[in-house]
Design a protein around this ligand. Structure first.
Ligand code: CP
Ligand code: NVA
Length: 307
């Protein structure tokens, strides 16, 4: 696979073929059919925001692959005291074999990548969450066998998670429909990019009406209304997103076999009802498990030899 030594900063850093290969490899890891040894390689974790799934799945994935992680939280390095990203990236990439970075600005991640001589992985920025998308489409593929022509409807905030679903989705031939309140739609630049790269006639539509968006869809997806860094807007957003809760009514409009996804963490009673979260259509905890298999596939592809 051609990912060896590359950065993974955005969903579009992989071609459609490479996305399919990543999903195949993730499925093989899950089935216990993939064997890759990273010979003690070290992944540095630079996390400026909280994380449960991403941090732990990277740590466990590296351990399972015979490597290890090093916690380089800015609060415990000189980054927290203002050392330049340009200098930090050049130094750290002489010690570690890859860096997984969770931060605010995509531009900061890109600066790390520009000055790093080892692969840099987007572990979530305000713009994208491409590692999440690996698990999301693996979960969807497990439910339906193939992705081509499926409709995934995302209800809520046009945020980082939505952006990665749009971009990876169109590369994988999935129709992505979004329902977002006015002013909370996805970044127009992401929509333009999606139109430009859409494969096999895959479409992206942004609607205001959640009912119209969910009609006949094979997957319903939502995420928090206030992302990390938007805590001060939470009250306003609670009002603005009224009517956008993924509940039993919206689920009843979807395909009878539809599955429900959420990247987690979730706020029951806000973006998703407790009933839908715990109901039989929910694949949310399989999806969370798939973060681990997805991370193994990504790390093996970037750092393994001959994958
Ligand atoms: N879904 C996700 O990225 O979760 P964490 O914030 O816990 O890593
Ligand atoms: N959109 C959320 C995703 C958390 C995994 C956030 O950025 O906080």
């Amino acid at each position: 696979m051609g990912l060896s030594g590359r950065h993974f900063l955005a969903s579009t850093d992989c071609s459609a073929i490479e996305w399919h290969q990543l999903l195949d490899l993730a499925a093989a890891f899950k089935a216990g059919q993939a064997r890759v040894h990273l010979d003690g390689k070290v992944l540095g974790l630079i996390f400026s925001k909280a994380s449960t799934r991403t941090r732990v799945s990277f740590a466990v994935a590296m351990a399972r692959l015979g490597g290890q992680t090093l916690d380089l939280n800015p609060a415990v390095t000189q980054v927290g005291r203002g050392e330049l990203v340009e200098d930090t990236a050049r130094v750290l990439s002489r010690y570690v074999d890859a860096l997984a970075i969770r931060t605010f600005a995509q531009a900061e991640l890109e600066t790390y990548a520009r000055f790093s001589s080892v692969p840099v992985i987007n572990a979530l920025t305000d713009l994208e969450h491409p590692c999440q998308a690996i698990a999301d489409f693996l979960t969807l593929r497990e439910a339906f066998g193939s992705l081509e022509g499926l409709t995934l409807s995302y209800v809520g905030d046009g945020n980082n998670v939505a952006h990665s679903l749009i971009l990876a989705g169109v590369l994988l031939g999935v129709n992505v429909r979004l329902a977002c309140p006015t002013g909370y739609g996805p970044d127009p630049a992401v929509l333009d990019r999606a139109q430009a790269i859409a494969g096999d006639g895959a479409t992206v539509e942004v609607l205001a009406d959640p009912e119209a968006a969910c009609l006949g869809a094979q997957a319903l997806y939502t995420d928090v209304w206030a992302s990390m860094g938007q805590e001060q807007e939470a009250g306003q957003r609670l009002r603005d997103f009224s009517g956008y809760c993924l509940d039993q009514h919206l689920l009843s409009l979807a395909d009878p076999e539809a599955i429900v996804l959420h990247c987690l963490p979730a706020h029951r009673g806000e973006e998703i009802s407790a009933g839908v979260m715990e109901g039989k259509a929910s694949r949310i905890f399989d999806q969370a498990e798939n973060r681990l298999h997805g991370q193994q596939a990504l790390l093996a592809s970037l750092l393994g030899s001959g994958v």
